[in-house]
Design a binder for this molecule. Structure first.
Ligand code: FAD
Ligand code: SF4
Ligand code: SF4
Length: 1020
């Protein structure tokens, strides 16, 4: 039974005194390490984040001295609960992650366990090598965790599992000794003794091993007692030798703590070709796999009809998925198999696809294969496969696709019968499974939808019992990829029988006599449906919460068969949908990726679980369910624990798009801030930031005041005083005030703003018309951008309406005098002033709706302002008006590219004389508006724009100005953005965000320009 007790203070002080890394024993930190990508939750007693091997050695010694169990952890992406435990968790992923050695000649590498697979492979690329266990969590899975679970990739048919690709492991044993596990014949010391012991057991049990070990390659349950009498269809070693490291692979942290791993690398395949087989019967697809593998493919992956349909209904994926279909206009096939061939030369691979076509004809399925030789198309198709799974995982409501029989492996000749029988089991229990993944090795993933807060546990047990019968009938392995953990531990004895189970216990005892390493996994596991281990046990309750944003879209329940969701607001959440939105995080750890995309910039800098989307979602979940020691009656969103976790969230909105389940932390931050500030009050800095749209007009109109305020940027002492008074960093320059703002100065020789004013009816009557939103930042600080946009639009023949307030609508008398400007409420949202934001944004939506309803595009320049119309405006209770506006709201580049594609854009542009670099604003990335920017820049002859592969610039509105955040802000910028700009000293740098331009200027002294400016500069 899990408890929530922390390490006694004297032990944590002892640890803290002797290690260089961090020791965390507070409830929120332990709570963030209480879950993995499973349905389970157990609070660790503490967390150590070591700096190096010496820290781990010390932590192990202290744990041993006090008989405290230890749980090694990598990315925490396990699906079965093996990374949860009442133990001292040691997180290798932050610092214990070096590549120690690569030998390109021998194609081997030695690495520390916290190294992420994709980071290793990025490094190996220059040698023409890779580590070929290509798990789909490669961007966040660590080599130690992969070895711990005996992980397997999509190409295991060609390369095998982890166990086939680990050559040696140096590991600390329970008594603190370091032992080298490798070739048995050459082993010495403790490793040899342990090896001899296991050999004795294996010899004694040889008949039992031969009878009970499944003969499939995908068997990862228990310990690999069969290293001495191999049973897998793929031998552990190529020369038949015994490698003792293979005993540790798959041991889930229960036998020893890996210090370093020696890996077998493979040459990077030079060419790949896909043959995609279309099936009108799922059964035939499954039945064909056994024949297809004989052609020697590197992968045979299944995508079923549900996933194909999901992709076909998604505009981003439709074209790609249909490129894989024999008849793109016809009905969706029941399944497709992606058959990949790879090798040194391209031509022979095409012959293999031809052989595949012939094979399918011979099987009575002629004309069912689409050949895809193009590498770009292949990459897109693999991405669609992954995205399909993501859409499935993003189902709203308490019923979720649950992993517990998701990776049973059966021999290929039985795959069709097995999947068909298991499908019947699902319908018997009122659920349904979507099938996907590794048809090549008989391991298909399937997750029936279960509601673990209600009858999920009972159904899970019943389905597992029936599935196990099928696995036995079809001579398969119950645990075929993701490991045992808590959900499959109890099935080990079922799989192997009592004698082997006893032998496994003896192995555990020989390695770890005091049961210190990850107890309760593999040996003596709990029942899979013991709800005291659940993340959502029956007693899980949400604290009632009055929300400021509308979360009703998450407050729903779903139908496990049709996946239809109930009406918004009907889900029964006492937090009106907020808690259900938070609970969407299933801990898959995708936000730990570093390679592509933006999510999660704060984690990329600190590598702390707390500063990760997952860490934030877990903190919020624990808070709203009363698991974070809040005082009775205290609003759970106002606690220090929540503030601490949300502090470095820069509201970049990347998670909204990149998190597979759509966790929208930026929106959650607005909700949290509004609660927090209501209780703790707003600071002077909050007010200065929030009310900028209000006072900017006044400042600009008072003669001499802009110049006076700008002195602050030139005299450090004044900046320092201001820092002391306001918390705005003296290290930052502030935007330069001016009196010739957009509203004060004429727009061009002929016109003032008043002349860009049309009723919706007037504008609709124009053949080319647009509403141009002028925001505070561009109006008061960089009005050249607005002028440039007007010049471009005018040159292309558009009539422009600029929203301007009727003075009668202004909020105050001063505003009436000074400002005609509407406000999107962004700065108020950033300060948690939701009511003020609503008032301003509501007025803007009211103004824009009649234009939007007449189909007129609403074009913006500043991404953070424009996308407020497409995002927060939809959760503020504005109704259909906001929906209409959001549908017509576009950045300038989106609008112009759409017009160009429709043949309506006539821009006469002269050639560029310099290269062009483009940096996308985070919100622009979150709303897929980067491609249009690049497409638009391509209209400039010779421009050849290059996208800077950057995460968030780090400025993030006011974040980068804040004295406590400036260091993190600069580190974010230095990750890739600023180095890329420094490397291209002669290029144009284009960035649409005002804060991005500011960060670029502060960091490189280069002036980045808005896209409108570069276009205007190239008008003929
Ligand atoms: C969406 C999704 C897709 C997935 N796809 C795949 C897939 O394609 N193939 C696959 O095989 N798995 C897959 N998994 C499961 C999981 O990602 C893999 O098992 C992964 O290799 C785990 O890596 P990790 O770093 O997160 O390990 P963790 O979960 O942190 O740890 C895994 C185990 O290793 C042990 N361990 C970690 N470090 C050490 C060490 N230094 N010494 C001893 N033991 C250690 C831990 O105690 C634990 O028992 C998937 C999971 C998700 C959520
Ligand atoms: S926040 Fe999203 S990406 Fe991160 S772990 Fe949760 S579900 Fe996965
Ligand atoms: S909004 Fe950005 S910084 Fe915040 S959690 Fe999401 S990805 Fe991370």
């Amino acid at each position: 039974m899990p408890t929530k007790t922390a390490l006694p203070p004297e032990i944590s002080s002892q640890l803290q005194k002797h290690i260089r890394g961090q020791v965390l024993t507070d409830t929120p930190s332990r709570g963030r390490y209480a879950t993995d990508a499973s349905i389970y939750q157990q609070f660790p007693v503490g967390v150590v984040i070591p700096e190096d091997a010496a820290d781990i050695e010390t932590a192990l010694a202290v744990a041993r001295e006090h008989s405290i169990p230890v749980l090694p952890r990598g990315g925490g992406t396990s699906q079965c609960g093996q990374t949860t435990g009442v133990a001292l968790v040691i997180d290798n992923s932050k610092a214990f992650r070096k590549i120690l050695h690569v030998d390109p000649e021998k194609a081997t590498a030695e690495v520390e366990p916290g190294l992420v697979l994709d980071h290793l492979n990025a490094n190996l690329k220059k040698h023409g090598l890779w580590y070929p266990v290509d798990v789909s969590t490669g961007a966040q899975a660590t080599i130690g965790g992969m070895a711990g679970n005996n992980s397997c990739g999509s190409r295991s048919l060609a390369y095998g599992n982890m166990v086939h690709n680990v050559l040696g492991i140096d590991a600390w044993l329970a008594d603190g000794q370091l032992a080298q596990f490798g070739n048995y014949a050459q082993s010495t010391g403790s490793a040899k003794q342990l090896g001899d012991f296991v050999k004795g057991l294996a010899n004694r049990l040889q008949p039992e091993i031969e009878a009970m070990f499944p003969k499939v390659m995908r068997r990862v349950a228990g310990y690999n007692l069969d290293v001495f009498h191999p049973q897998s269809e793929k031998p552990y070693t190529t020369d038949g030798s015994v490698n003792l490291a293979h005993l540790l692979v798959g041991s889930e942290g229960t036998l020893a703590y890996f210090k370093s791993l020696q890996l077998k690398l493979a040459p990077l395949p030079q060419h790949k070709v896909l043959g995609i087989v279309n099936f009108s019967s799922f059964y035939r697809a499954m039945d064909s796999a056994q024949h297809i593998v004989k052609l020697g493919p590197t992968a045979v992956e299944l995508v079923d009809r549900t996933m194909i349909d999901l992709a076909r209904h998604n505009p981003s994926f439709k074209k790609t998925i249909e490129s894989a279909l024999i008849d793109a206009a016809g009905p969706t096939p029941e399944a497709i198999l992606l058959v990949e061939f790879s090798g040194e030369a391209h031509a022979p691979l095409l012959e293999r696809v031809a052989a595949l076509k012939e094979l399918m004809s011979d099987l009575g399925l002629p004309n069912t294969v689409v050949s895809m030789p193009d590498a770009g198309l292949q990459k897109n198709l693999w991405e669609v496969r992954k995205a399909g799974l993501n859409i499935m995982m993003s189902l709203k409501g308490d019923g979720k696709p649950v992993s517990f029989i998701e990776d049973c492996a059966v021999p290929l000749e039985n795959l069709a019968d097995y999947t068909s029988a298991l499908t019947d089991v699902f319908s018997k229990y009122g659920s349904r499974g979507t099938w996907y993944a590794h048809a090549s090795v008989g391991t298909l993933h399937v997750r029936p939808i279960l509601d673990m807060r209600r009858d999920g546990a009972q159904k899970m047990r019943a389905m597992a019992e029936e599935a196990s019968e099928l696995v036995r009938r079809y001579k398969g392995a119950y645990s075929g990829e993701h490991g045992d953990g808590l959900c499959r531990g109890e099935w080990i004895s079922w799989q192997f029988g009592p004698k082997i189970t006893d032998a496994l216990r003896e192995i555990k005892h020989a390695f770890d006599p005091d049961n210190l390493f990850n107890p309760g996994k593999i040996i003596d596991p709990p029942k899979m449906d013991d709800s005291s281990y659940f993340r959502f046990p029956p007693e899980y309750k949400i604290i009632p919460l009055k929300t400021n944003l509308d979360w009703s879209a998450w407050n729903v329940q779903n139908n496990p068969v049709t996946e239809e969701t109930s009406a918004p607001g009907s889900g029964g959440d006492p937090a009106h949908g907020f808690s259900k939105a938070v609970e969407m995080c299933n801990n898959n750890g995708h936000c730990r990726k570093f390679d592509a995309g933006t999510m999660c910039p704060s984690y990329r800098v600190t590598r702390d679980e707390k500063h990760l989307t997952r860490g934030r979602a877990n903190t919020l979940r624990l808070a709203v369910s009363g698991q974070l020691d809040a005082a009775p009656g205290e609003d759970p969103l106002t606690t220090a624990a929540v503030k601490d976790a949300m502090d470095l969230c820069v509201s970049c909105k990347a998670c909204r798009r990149e998190c597979p389940t759509g966790v929208d932390m930026a929106k959650m931050k607005v909700e949290y801030l509004s609660h927090y500030k209501k209780r703790h009050g707003h600071t002077l800095r909050d007010r200065l930031v929030a009310h900028l749209p209000h006072y900017a007009p006044m400042v600009s109109r008072i003669p001499g005041l802009p110049a006076l305020l700008n002195i602050r940027n030139r005299i450090p002492a004044i900046a320092k005083i201001q820092e002391w008074l306001t918390g705005i960093s003296a290290e930052r320059t502030l935007p330069v005030w001016r009196s010739d703002t957009f509203w004060n100065a004429p727009i061009d020789s002929a016109a003032s703003a008043a002349q860009y004013r049309f009723t919706p009816e007037q504008l609709q009557a124009e053949s080319k018309a647009v509403v141009l939103l002028v925001d505070t930042f561009n109006a008061y600080f960089e009005n050249e951008n607005v002028h440039a946009a007007i010049a471009v639009l005018r040159s292309a023949g558009y009539q422009i309406h600029i929203p301007q307030m009727d003075t009668a609508n202004s909020a105050s008398a001063t505003e009436q005098k000074c400002s005609k400007q509407f406000c999107c409420g962004r700065t108020y949202l950033a300060a948690g002033m939701v009511d003020e934001a609503k008032a301003r944004l509501g007025a803007l939506v009211d103004h824009l709706a009649p234009y939007a309803e007449r189909g007129i595009a609403i074009v913006g320049l500043e991404p953070s302002c424009l996308f407020t119309l497409k995002d927060e405006a939809l959760v503020m209770g504005f109704g259909q008006k906001a929906v209409s506006v959001s549908q017509k709201a576009q950045l300038l580049e989106e609008f112009l590219v759409d017009q160009s594609k429709a043949g309506k854009l006539n821009l006469n542009l002269k050639p560029a004389d310099r290269a062009v670099l483009f940096h996308g604003h985070c919100h622009q990335k979150a709303f897929a508006a980067v491609t249009p920017a690049l497409e638009l820049l391509q209209l400039i002859p010779n421009a050849k724009p290059t996208l800077i592969e950057s995460s968030c610039c780090g400025m993030a509105g006011s974040f980068g100005y804040e004295v406590e955040h400036i260091s993190v802000s600069k580190q974010m910028a230095e990750l890739s953005l600023l180095p890329a700009i420094r490397q291209a000293p002669d290029s144009w740098v284009v960035a649409d965000g005002t804060s991005c331009r500011h960060q670029i200027h502060d960091g490189t002294q280069r002036d980045a320009v808005h896209i409108a400016r570069i276009l205007a500069a190239h008008l003929q």
